[in-house]
Ligand binder design. Structure first.
Ligand SMILES: [Zn+2]
Length: 397
């Protein structure tokens, strides 16, 4: 129900501005789509762009229609609605993001990746060569490269177990001292712990007394979380003032959405009102015209008003009279190949009778015999137009 008379026509430049607003708005949304949903992001972008574009343009239009604003003021208001709030929210989100990711959650549990690097550093004699290594943090086994979750308030130890597999297994175990996370700054620094392990040959083999020395180096790095909610990051601030400001922006955004919804509703209501006013005006005009028409007829028949001669009767909407020929006085004749109609039967071999009105549409009058009906009579045209009016006003003849 877009009323062209009311809605402004935007210039090419104004349309470019509105398109840019749309593009930036969609890009803001795109920034918050996590990497693993990048494909979905592209789809959102492609589907969202035209949809949001239509919303942006019609918001600008509706603003200018409803508030009789200058077109540029409408476009700037639209930019504020669509860009200011998303811009502030985006800036706060990304300025808090790193602090949020490196902060300690309330349950004190954070994730670490532990890499273990085993090196043989020395020994004596032949212990064997079927080695296997086991690592455990607080007696929970892990593999090198695995991500584990630890409560940073609790101290931890790392135990290295190295085994030479044969009939009688030779095992060496070393448990580190207790480490505590609190000594490692903001947990973003790498922690390196080294265990030295000695494996002695056991049993009655001839290699008895042999041993091997190992050094196991553990590097522990914090793994920053990838999944977090937008609002957790958005509100991640120590400052009470900033927090209040952020709530304000959020309410401004919600208010804007509500405003746009109200705008669209008010616009629709106004259009319905304008449409019904237009219909009422049309109906008023129609009734006035009808009254004027009835007054004009003044009780006379349409034929009388048009001045249709008494001798004429209408058959299928064309006039004929009582003359003997097929269409009465309106009969003219055509030949098979001629380009003229003839008043005289037989002139230039014209024998096919037809109505003058029809013949006139496609043929020229014969210059020799056409001495009458050079034009469609005035009373016929008047009668036809009166009939159209009578039909329009629902008046029986
Ligand atoms: Zn002729």
């Amino acid at each position: 129900m877009e009323d062209n008379k009311l809605a402004p026509r935007f210039s090419r430049f104004q349309n470019v501005v509105l398109c840019s607003i749309t593009l930036i708005f969609v890009l803001f949304i795109g920034l918050f789509i996590p990497n693993k949903y990048r494909f979905m992001g592209v789809i959102v972008f492609l589907l969202g762009l035209p949809l949001i574009g239509i919303t942006v343009v019609s918001t600008a239009k509706k603003l200018s229609v409803l508030h009789c604003l200058n077109v540029w003021i409408s476009i700037i208001s639209t930019a504020i609605l669509f860009l200011l709030v998303p811009a502030i929210m985006t800036i706060s989100y990304f300025s808090h993001l790193n602090d949020y990711r490196t902060s300690i959650p309330s349950d004190n549990c954070i994730q670490f990746r532990i890499n273990a690097n085993v090196k043989k550093t020395g020994g004596s004699g032949n212990v064997g060569n079927e080695w296997s290594y086991k690592h455990a943090i607080n007696s929970n086994q892990f593999k090198s490269g695995e991500i584990i979750e630890l409560n940073i308030k609790n101290p931890f130890t790392i135990t290295s177990t190295i085994t030479e597999n044969d009939d009688i297994n030779d095992v060496g175990t070393t448990t580190s001292g207790e480490y505590s996370f609190s000594v490692f700054g903001n947990y973003s620094e790498e922690i390196v712990i080294t265990n030295s392990v000695r494996v002695d040959e056991r049993g009655g083999r001839r290699n008895s007394g042999a041993y091997a020395l190992f050094s196991v180096e553990y590097t522990i790095n914090r793994v920053l979380p990838e999944d977090y909610s937008f609002f957790d990051v958005y509100f991640f601030t120590e400052s009470q003032t900033e927090n209040s400001f952020l709530w304000g922006v959020l309410f401004l955004g919600l208010g804007s959405l509500l405003f746009i919804a109200i705008l669209f509703y008010a616009y629709k209501k106004r259009m319905i009102k304008i449409e019904s006013e237009r219909k009422a005006e049309e109906e008023r005009k129609f009734q006035a015209e009808k009254r004027a028409f009835i007054a004009y007829l003044d009780g006379r028949s349409l034929r009388d008003v048009a001045g249709v001669p008494e001798s004429i009767r209408y058959e299928n909407g064309i006039p004929v009279d009582n003359n003997n020929a097929e269409y009465g006085s309106f009969t003219v004749y055509l030949s098979h190949n001629g380009k003229c109609y003839h008043g005289q039967k037989g002139c230039s071999s014209a024998y096919l009778p037809t109505h003058f009105f029809k013949a006139k549409q496609h043929y020229k009058p014969c210059s020799k015999c056409c001495y009458r009906y050079y034009d469609i009579p005035e009373w016929h045209e008047k009668y036809m137009s009166l009939k159209v009016s009578a039909q329009k006003f629902g008046i029986e003849e």
